[in-house]
Design a protein around this ligand. Sequence first.
Ligand SMILES: [Zn+2]
Length: 367
Amino acid sequence: MCRSSVVCIFQWCFGTDFKRPHRTELYEDPPSPCCPIVYSPDYNITFMGLEKLHPFDAGKWGKVINFLKEEKLIADDLIVQAREATDEDLLVVHTRRYLNKLKWSFVVATITEIPPVAFLPNFVVQRKVLKPLRTQTGGTIMAGKLAVDRGWAINVGGGFHHCSSDKGGGFCAYADITLAIKFLFERVQGVSKATIIDLDAHQGNGHERDFMDDHRVYIMDVYNRYIYPGDGFAKRAIKRKVELEWGTEDTEYLQKVHTHVEGALNELKPDIIVYNAGTDILDGDPLGGLAISPQGIVKRDEVVFKAARRRRIPILMVTSGGYQKRTARIIADSILNLHNLGLIDKELATSGAENPKCCGFFHLLKE
Ligand SMILES: [Zn+2]
C-alpha cells in the first residue's frame, strides 16, 4: 500500500484535520415507532415566576405538544425525547471561552434579558435556565439527523439564531442551528450543502456570523429591517436578503416568501434545509413589528414545506421566536395543516422512505 493510501484511510477514519468526531448520544437512533417530532418537558422554563419577567411565553413548547395531543396527532410514546447537549457537543461550535462565560450569572442575565437572573447562584441558573436551552439545542441537533433519515423533522423548540460560536444574545445562549449543520457535515455522508431559511421577524445574525465565509451554507433571511439586531457585519453572509418595513401584512409577506424560497432553492439544491420558523411576525407582537395573521403564519409554513417536498430536500424546522400567548396554538395549527396536506407524512421521506421506523404513525393514531 502506498503512503498516500495510508494517509487517505487515516483521513477517512479521523477526518481531514485528523480529529475523530467525539462520542455523542444525540445521534443514537430513537426507539421505533417514533415520529420525527422532537421535544422534552425539560424545554420549559419555570422558576419562581422569573420567566414572567421576559416578554416570552416560556412554556409555549409544552403547550404546542398539548394541543397536538388533544388533536390526536401525537402521543407521548411517539415523540422523540430530546437529550441535553453536553459540553463536548457544544464545543463542536462554541469556544471554551464562551462556555466559561456562561458560568457568570450576570452574563446569562444579559443574554436571556431577564435581569434578576444576575443575582442567582450560577448552579441555579445552570439548572433552571441553561439546561432547558441546552436540551432544546440537543433537540435541534437530533432533529437534523432525523430530517435526513426521514425527510422531515420538527424540533418544537430551538431556533436560537442570535447566538454564534462565541457570543450569545436576544434570549439565545447556544447556536443550535450552526451546531445541527456542523454535526451533519461532520457525521453524515452525503450532506455537504445546507440552506438556512430564516423567517423569524429578526435577522439571524448568529448563524450568519458562524457561516460567514462557508460556501457550503446558503442563507436566506427575511426580517424587519428596523429592529434588533441590525448586525451589518453579519448581513454580509446573507445570500438572499429580504428586508421588511414596519407593519408588513399577509399579501406582501407571503408573496415575498414564496418568490424567495423558490428562488433560493432553484439557485442551489442543498442536502438539508434548516427552516427557522419564528412566529414573532404575528400581528401585535411587541418585538417583531410586523402584522401577519395567524392564517398567514400557517400559510407561510406550508409554502416552505411545499417547496422542500417538491424537490425532495430533507427539512428541519425549529420554532424560534414568538412571544405571545396565542403563539403555541398557531404553531400547533400549522403542524396540523402540514399533516392534513400530506406534507409531513411518510410519503415525504426521501432516503428514509423505506425506513419502517417512520411508518405512517399518523394513520396508526387515527385508526
Ligand atoms: Zn425573533
